[in-house]
Design a protein around this ligand. Structure first.
Ligand code: SRM
Ligand code: SF4
Length: 569
């Protein structure tokens, strides 16, 4: 039976995600595609948008919106080669708006791609074995994992799992190949067999209606929680003994999105469901997806994420549903400890004796400006780099696996292009903003274009109080959907109206506790004066090692949020 939500009917009638996309691309009268096809292209990794900076002006002139598309790459584990980096650079210059966006989920996005350039962009990507299948839409999306630069043995195990889960849960329809690649097969690479959907015309895992809503999977390696495991539908926490990963604690039911003024929607931290072995992990991922396929809400999209399924059933019942589908029981979760969600910057030598360098990329936007030709610098590095890149879950880049002898040459380029900015304040190093305006159709306020300035203002308060180096997590989004995971920030700012934000405080530094509303709907320009006394109090009265998020709860600025269902209380 088709659920009542509009998207369910669109999926049902789409002939496995084809719809009329091909016809829409051929239509030269408009730069847009039909509403139903806009739902379907998400499954192919792209969103129709328009430039909101010029929307009003164009309306005044009776012009259509300035349509273009955002393209998101599927990059499980966030790892790519220098050749792939150069291709991203090429696509951004030739088909997009000359920038590359590193997202909060460890992948690349392009903005401003006009309809006529979509196929060329995807075909260029295909030449370096990259695709955008299932980067968006009601399916399991790209799988994130800890990019762990220094423990290479653990990294290779979790990266393999990220790729295995991502490939295993891909839609099997040939629609992507038919529409975007003229049915060409992917060139080369050992993943070819995994990606070859030719002929497959059924969806053994998803069925005809795919999932009720988007689905996100991540893998963490304690003590680092950079993937923000509790923010995701499904998580695997690697349990290690020495160099060996012996299995994973499994988490389910996390998510960030909510709607202002609707308390039936809320961010939720995931529950711990059990422990599985390394060999069971892909099967567990499949059965959690299938349980959500069967049990998720298909009538109301606002309650359709896995977090509401788990909230409604309770974790014990949901675990039973998963175990029934697995045919075996999960073991009891094993002890683990997270310490932080941020990245460590600069160079570090890995257990494989290679060097890895994490670069701070403000809000993940790679672009050239007159004084900071960052994109050119990264291109020059990619031309000589022999290792790989790892994108982080905090929108940063790791130049990874550099041989000792190659390090000086890369260091020279980092210096020349001012990319060696390792001396940022503790606040800026832990800052993150979503895209918002001008491309995001859902933005209520600025985010990426505003947070850097706000951080500069707050830095002055932190510095004045001797707290320049203090790591404090600050995140901003332009609307309550939560794309920069703001409800897990010690200072969270969420757009409500142009220039206005809800200010949330009190999340845990290790990503295990949500924050709480401190001030509603305040002007961005008032944030500094609102936080000034709190920062001064923190400097004076914080206990040794006490994080800002814990302090504001101890000092009663806000109550602790212990679970998603008391986020609004
Ligand atoms: Fe997101 C929708 C950007 C990570 C929750 N997100 C959007 C759209 C596509 C707007 C739209 O639907 O029209 C945004 C496109 C803006 C643009 O111009 O690029 C958008 N989301 C982003 C990115 C690019 C933010 C960034 O600056 O990095 C991130 C891309 C991740 C990726 O590579 O896949 C991004 N989005 C997230 C995250 C963070 C995460 O997953 O770790 C969340 C919160 C976690 C979660 O899913 O609960 C998130 N995005 C949403 C939601 C709310 C979902 C919900 O449950 O209510 C929406 C709106 C929706 O789905 O209806 C949304
Ligand atoms: Fe757009 Fe809102 Fe996501 Fe920001 S949080 S990118 S404004 S949907």
């Amino acid at each position: 039976m088709v659920g009542k939500a509009k998207n369910e009917g669109v999926k049902d009638n789409s002939n496995y995600l084809r719809g009329t996309i091909k016809e829409g691309l051929a239509d030269q009268i408009t730069g847009a595609i039909s509403e139903d096809d806009q739902i379907l292209t998400k499954f192919h990794g792209m969103y129709q948008q328009d430039d909101r900076d010029i929307r009003a002006d164009r309306r005044k002139k009776f012009l259509d919106k300035a349509y273009s598309f955002m393209i998101r790459v599927r990059l499980p584990g966030g790892t790519c080669t220098p050749e792939q980096w150069l291709k991203m650079d090429y696509i951004s210059d030739n088909y997009a708006n000359h920038t590359i966006k590193i997202t909060t989920r460890q992948t690349f996005q392009f903005h401003g791609v006009i309809k006529n350039n979509l196929r060329d962009s995807l075909q260029e990507m295909n030449k370096v074995c990259l695709d955008t299948i299932a980067a968006c839409g009601d399916v399991n999306r790209t799988v994130m994992c800890n990019p762990n630069p220094h423990e290479s043995a653990h990294h290779s195990v979790v990266l393999k799992l990220a790729r295995d889960i991502s490939n295993h849960l891909l839609p099997k329809t040939a629609a992507y190949h038919e529409i975007w690649l003229d049915d060409e097969l992917l060139e080369g690479g050992e993943e070819k067999a995994e990606k070859d959907f030719k002929g497959a015309e059924e969806e053994p895992i998803y069925g005809k209606h795919y999932l009720p809503r988007k689905f996100k999977t991540v893998i963490a390696v304690p003590p680092v929680n950079d993937v923000d495991i509790f923010a995701h539908c499904l998580g695997f926490i690697a349990i290690t003994e020495g160099d060996k990963v012996i299995g994973y604690n499994v988490t389910v039911g996390g998510g960030m999105g909510m709607t202002h003024g609707d308390t039936t929607t809320f961010p939720r931290t995931a529950d711990l469901m059990g422990f599985c072995t390394v060999e069971q992990a892909v099967d567990v991922a499949e059965k959690v997806v299938i349980a959500q396929r069967d049990l998720g809400n298909r009538d109301e999209r606002k309650w359709a994420r896995l977090k509401y399924t788990v909230e409604k059933l309770g974790i014990a019942k949901f675990r039973e549903e998963v175990e029934n589908r697995l045919g075996y029981k999960l073991q009891a979760p094993k002890p683990f400890k997270f310490e932080s969600t941020g990245d460590r910057y600069g160079w570090i030598k890995g257990s494989d004796n290679k060097w890895h360098c994490t670069l701070f990329i403000q809000n993940g936007r790679v672009k050239d400006t007159k004084n900071f030709p960052m994109k050119t610098g990264l291109r020059e590095i990619a031309k000589i780099h022999k290792g790989e890149y790892r994108l982080t879950n905090n929108q940063n880049i790791i130049i990874s696996s550099v041989d000792e002898k190659d390090k000086p040459q890369i260091e020279k380029l980092l210096k020349e292009y001012k990319l060696d900015t390792f001396n940022q304040s503790g606040l800026r190093k832990n800052s993150m903003a979503c895209v918002a305006l001008p491309t995001c159709g859902l933005a209520l306020a600025e985010s990426e274009r505003y947070l850097p300035d706000l951080v500069s203002e707050l830095e002055q308060e932190f510095e004045k109080n001797g707290l320049r180096e203090e790591p404090v997590v600050i995140r901003m989004t332009g609307c309550p959907n939560g794309c920069a995971r703001p409800y897990l920030a010690e200072i969270g700012l969420v757009g409500t109206n142009p220039g206005k934000y809800n200010l949330y405080l009190g999340a845990a530094f290790d990503g295990s506790r949500l924050n709480k509303l401190f001030k509603k709907d305040i002007e961005g320009v008032k944030v500094r004066e609102t936080l000034s006394p709190v920062i001064a109090d923190y400097a004076k009265n914080k206990a040794s090692g006490e994080h800002f998020g814990d302090f504001v709860i101890r000092k009663n600025y806000v109550k602790a949020t212990t679970a998603g269902n008391n986020f609004h209380a």
